[in-house]
Design a binder for this molecule. Structure first.
Ligand SMILES: Cc1ncc(COP(=O)(O)O)c(C=O)c1O
Length: 387
């Protein structure tokens, strides 16, 4: 088989959609400050508001003013936790309930609140990566300020029962936040059905530019700005409008909504083919995450006796780009907190890779990986038994 270039790391980031790219090249001309009152400022402002409406449509938000543009998912999540810091310092409610498998930008924001004296509970997950709703119910009470449960996990793709979690938080009088960064464009995101107070989005995961994201804020939910200054975003996030990023986000949101049904069906079939091809050749491979409640593009697999970073590097030599579950933290390679939370031992967690498919993935890509990956695993397993 000829060497191919196979990008299977779409959960890390996506390339620009060709239509987004074409529209952004034209939009490079939209230079005016969207807060300026003159004609070009008003024209830029109108375009920003169109983009806001597009992002609102993507998540079925009726009111475009519920969308605050931010620099990305990390900022949106941090805005929620910073808001809770200010509310909790002054009010009677201080309890934070989140999960052990959140993205580090939620986990570390929650740990910051813990250091500041807020009681924080990190809910565990089952072997498929799902929280237990009964445990959530018994963890919330009149002291709970915020429940934050990610809608789908970036490493294993498991989708949570967001509407039910939101209902439990609301019944206790707490705010509910969900990080939907990995959902948009892959599964329907519906704030009407999920009923969050806050919902996080990031544009670079949906074939738009990097450095732009959004926080949906339900009407009436408080926001304390992380960035103070001018009156942009109704005073919720200061700074001159990032015209190009925002317009790119609007374009990406339009396309993500339009392409979702075709896209999700196509990548789901590719994912199944990849999973079946790999597990047929490597019967000891362990597929992580939920069997059905999983992002259609995400396949996380552990290979006993092989080490994730080595797999990644050997695959890279073959032109295949994936991620591992490990994060290089403080000089040592820590196994993935997500995989450990699902009950995987450190050895299996270390031997895991995430393959995330996307718009440009093809059957030929899948066949190439099914051909190239098994001998790499076999070789690494032989090396580890020799050692
Ligand atoms: C679930 C999740 N939340 C938040 C983020 C952070 O988003 P951003 O890169 O836009 O800051 C990511 C990105 O990897 C993510 O996967």
């Amino acid at each position: 088989m000829d060497r191919r270039f196979v990008y299977m790391d779409y959960n890390a980031t996506t390339p620009l959609h060709p239509e987004v790219k074409a529209r952004m090249i034209e939009d490079l001309e939209v230079y005016a400050n969207a807060s300026s009152l003159h004609e070009s400022g008003r024209a830029a402002h109108a375009r920003v508001e169109e983009a806001r409406a597009s992002v609102a449509r993507l998540i079925h938000a009726r009111d475009p003013s519920s969308i605050i543009f931010t620099s990305g998912g990390s900022e949106s999540n941090n805005t929620v936790f910073a808001t809770m810091f200010h509310l909790g310092r002054k009010g009677p409610r201080r309890g934070i309930v989140t999960t052990a498998i959140e993205h580090p930008c939620v986990l570390n924001a929650a740990k910051w609140l813990e250091e500041e004296g807020f009681p924080v509970r990190f809910l565990g997950v089952d072997s498929k990566g799902r929280i237990d709703l009964e445990e959530l119910r018994s963890s919330v009470g009149p002291e709970t300020l915020l429940v934050s449960v990610m809608a789908a996990n970036n490493e294993i793709g498991t989708i949570q029962e967001v509407a039910a979690a939101s209902g439990i938080a609301k019944a206790a009088g707490a705010f509910f936040h969900t990080d939907a960064t990995q959902c948009a464009g892959k599964i329907p995101v519906d704030v009407e059905a999920w009923n969050p107070d806050y919902l996080t989005l990031s544009c670079h995961k949906i074939y738009g530019p990097k450095g732009i994201g959004a926080l949906y804020v339900r009407k009436g939910a408080p926001v304390v700005p992380l960035i103070r200054g001018g009156h942009q975003e109704h005073g919720h996030r200061a700074g001159t409008y990032n015209n190009l990023g925002i317009l790119g986000f609007g374009a990406a949101a339009d396309l993500a909504l339009r392409e979702l049904p075709e896209y999700s069906g196509r990548v789901r079939r590719l994912r199944e083919r990849l999973r079946d091809g790999l597990t047929r050749k490597l019967p000891y491979a362990h597929v992580n995450g939920h069997e059905t409640e999983v992002l259609p593009n995400t396949l996380n697999v552990s290979f006993p006796g092989a080490e994730g970073e080595s797999i990644l590097l050997y695959l890279d030599l073959e032109g295949i780009q994936v991620s591992t579950g490990s994060a290089c933290a403080s000089g040592s390679l820590e196994p993935s907190h997500v995989l450990l939370a699902t009950g995987l031992g450190p050895e299996l967690a270390h031997g895991s890779i995430r393959m995330s498919l996307g718009r440009d993935s093809t059957e030929a890509d899948v066949e190439y990986v099914v051909e190239k990956l098994p001998p790499i695993i076999e070789r690494l397993r032989r090396m580890s038994t020799v050692a």
